[in-house]
Write a protein that binds this ligand. Sequence first.
Ligand SMILES: [Zn+2]
Ligand SMILES: [Zn+2]
Length: 262
Amino acid sequence: MYEFISNLSLVSLLPLAAFLVLLVMQSLFPRRELAETGWGRLVQNILLFAVNLVVLRVLVPLTLIGVSIWASEQSIGVFNRAVAPGWMVVLVCVVVLDFMIYWQHVATHRWTLLWRMHKVHHADRNMDVTTAVRFHPFELVLSLLYKAVGIVLLGAPILAVVVFELLLFIGPAFNHSNLRLPVLLDRMLRWVIVTPDTHRAHHSTSVAEQNTNYGFFLIWWDKLFNTYTQTPQEGHEKMPIGLIAPQDQCDRVDQMLLAPFR
Ligand SMILES: [Zn+2]
Ligand SMILES: [Zn+2]
C-alpha cells in the first residue's frame, strides 16, 4: 500500500504527459482549421486551469483519495462491506462513476443554475485539448462533492478512484482534442469510448446538438438513453462551435470567472 501511495506522484504526471502529447499531436494532425489561430485563446484556457488547480488543491480541503480512505475506515459503502475480486471492484466503480458523470453533465444542460457555470466550457469558439480544462471552478467544486458522494456510496477503493480520475482527465483531453483519427479507428473506438468527433457535436452552436453526446469517457450512456448523435448536421469541418448569444461570450479568464453572475 505504501509503495502504491508513493507511486501516486508518478501517476499524477500521466495526465500532464497526455495533455502535452495531445497538444503536439493535434497540431501535427488537425481535424479542422481553428477559427482563431495564435496563442491568446490557448493561454486564457490554461490560465483558467491554473485557477482551478489553486481552488481544488489549495482552497478546498477535500481529496477523493481522502474520501475513499475515510469511507474504508468507517466501513461505509458497498465494496467496504461486500467481498469481491479487486479487479471487479475497480471495474464496477469506474463504470458507475462514469454513469454518474453522464447524468451530472445532463443536469448541467437542463438546470439553469448549473448551466450558468457550464456555459463557460461551451463558450469556447474552438474545440481543442485546452477546452478540456476550461471549466468554471464552481462547477468543478460541485462535481468534486458529487463524486465524493458516489465514492462513499460505492466504498470505492483508492485504486478505483485513481483510475477513474485519470480517465476523467485523459478521456476528455483526448475527446476535446482537434486530432484527426483514421475513420476506421474512430468507428472502432466509438463502440466503447467518446472520440473527438463524437464530443465535437456536443459543442455545436445548435442547442439540439448540444443536448446530445453528454458522455465524458464511455459512450454507452448516450446510446442507451437516446442522446447519441453520430454526425453533426453541418459536418465536422464546417460546423460552428460555441454559443451564439452575445451575453454568453467570454474569452478572457476574468470574463470566464464572472460569466455565471452576468
Ligand atoms: Zn456540455
Ligand atoms: Zn466539452
